[in-house]
Design a protein around this ligand. Structure first.
Ligand code: NAD
Ligand code: IPM
Ligand code: MN
Length: 360
């Protein structure tokens, strides 16, 4: 039987709740579709940091390297600085495994209450550059305790890094409506962005049938709120893509429903799947987190593993539950995480309908 080794890192806060739901659903699907998932559960989180001074073991990356994929909940907790939790776990995984594409699809799910009023349709994929750009390690804080104290961080955009993100996004746009929106800020202020535009334009030219429309990030933010149906596929830098993906999720109802796939497209290293949201300390421990983003991310993982039918069963099950009016409080429903999960699990046992959406 087909067996996949998946490293599961529940992390902190609601990361733990939503990962638990996702693993239950994947196990149920595995049984029904005839494959096995061997979970390697990793307790790599803020508690481990408090005990050992590290978010993951020294050889953590090596431990993940022979798996078929990584599934992450979220990390971050109020009493540990975010730079410790993030630079100690999430960012090294993205970088060491060269997961240079962060794919963040969003659709208007049927039954969702709380999407932007007036929206009847929305189908957007944000292709986020995931290992360079604004998220660089060059810089820091200087002159602490003096009047001249300052902080600086250099953005680093490489031709190779921009081109491969643009290429991935253009290929995806070619399968969609042929229109790619490039998020930019090249109106004379940010030095890196004319370079971004140039490399994106050169790259997209090589993909037949795709046209690129560069849109300034500030105007794009407004357009995504006011006319979200006018955009299908977006390519964006690390920081812009981060912001836009929460924005689009908010327009579609909640950041609790947004999934993400951190991909190494060449499959030289494992890819990582996670909800877009964080550890949500404000609702952690209350049992009310929305597991849809985590489930959708799990569906993207199943698709990546080649388990297309299982992936479709999962997306259609979580959407069917929403369509039947079962939802957590972020979507104006009254279900707890466990109640919603039970509804999804029961729908996984039913045969999938004919018209099931793909994970992306
Ligand atoms: P957040 O995404 O955790 O929460 C933002 C808001 O959305 C909160 O009000 C929260 O309750 C709500 N929310 C988020 N996910 C939800 C869900 N599934 N169901 C219902 N409501 C949900 O962002 P934040 O508050 O800015 O960050 C909290 C911590 O998470 C920080 O430490 C941050 O660094 C970390 N973080 C981690 C990741 C990650 O591990 N990939 C991603 C984002 C933020
Ligand atoms: C995300 C998160 C991370 C990011 C943070 C937690 C570093 O917001 O995955 O969207 O900015 O990439
Ligand atoms: Mn984010």
């Amino acid at each position: 039987t087909r067996t996949y080794v998946i490293d599961s890192i529940p992390g902190d806060g609601i990361g733990v709740d939503v990962t638990d739901v996702a693993m239950q659903c994947v196990d149920a699907l595995a049984e029904r579709h005839g494959f096995t998932v061997q979970w390697r559960i990793r307790d790599w989180n803020s508690d481990l940091y408090r005990k050992t001074g590290r978010m993951m073991p020294v050889d953590g990356i090596e431990q993940l390297s022979d798996g078929d994929g990584i599934y992450l909940g979220a990390v971050g907790t109020p009493d540990v600085p975010d730079d410790v939790t993030l630079w100690g776990l999430l960012i090294p995984i993205r970088r060491e495994f060269d997961q240079y594409i962060n794919l963040r699809p969003m659709r208007l799910l049927s039954g969702v209450v709380g999407a932007m009023p007036g929206i009847e349709e929305l189908d957007i994929v944000v292709v986020r550059e995931n290992v360079e750009g604004e998220y660089s390690q060059i810089g820091g804080r200087f002159g602490s305790g003096t009047d001249g104290e300052f902080a600086v961080q250099e953005s680093v955009f490489t031709r190779k890094g921009v081109a491969r993100a643009a290429r991935y996004a253009a290929d995806l746009a070619a399968e969609r409506d042929g229109r790619l929106v490039s998020a930019t800020k090249s109106n004379g202020i940010i030095h890196t962005m004319p370079f971004w535009d140039e490399v994106v334009a050169e790259t997209v030219k090589e993909v037949p049938g795709v046209v690129v429309d560069k849109v300034l990030i500030d105007a794009l933010a407004a357009r995504l709120v006011m006319k979200p149906t006018s955009v299908r596929t977006i390519v964006a830098s690390n920081l812009f893509g981060d912001i836009l993906s929460d924005l689009v999720a908010g327009v579609a109802g909640s950041i609790g429903i947004a999934p993400s796939a951190n991909l190494n497209p060449e499959r030289r290293y494992p890819s990582m799947f996670e909800p877009v949201h964080g550890s949500a300390p404000d609702i952690a421990g209350k049992g009310i987190a929305n597991p849809v983003g985590a489930l959708w991310a799990a569906a993207m993982m199943l698709d990546h593993l080649g388990e297309k039918d299982a992936s479709k069963s999962l997306t259609s099950a979580f959407e069917a539950a929403l369509a039947d009016g079962i939802a957590t409080s972020d979507l104006k429903g009254s279900a707890t995480t466990a109640e919603y999960a039970a509804e999804v699990l029961s729908r996984l046992k039913e045969p999938a309908g004919p018209q099931v959406p793909e994970a992306i």
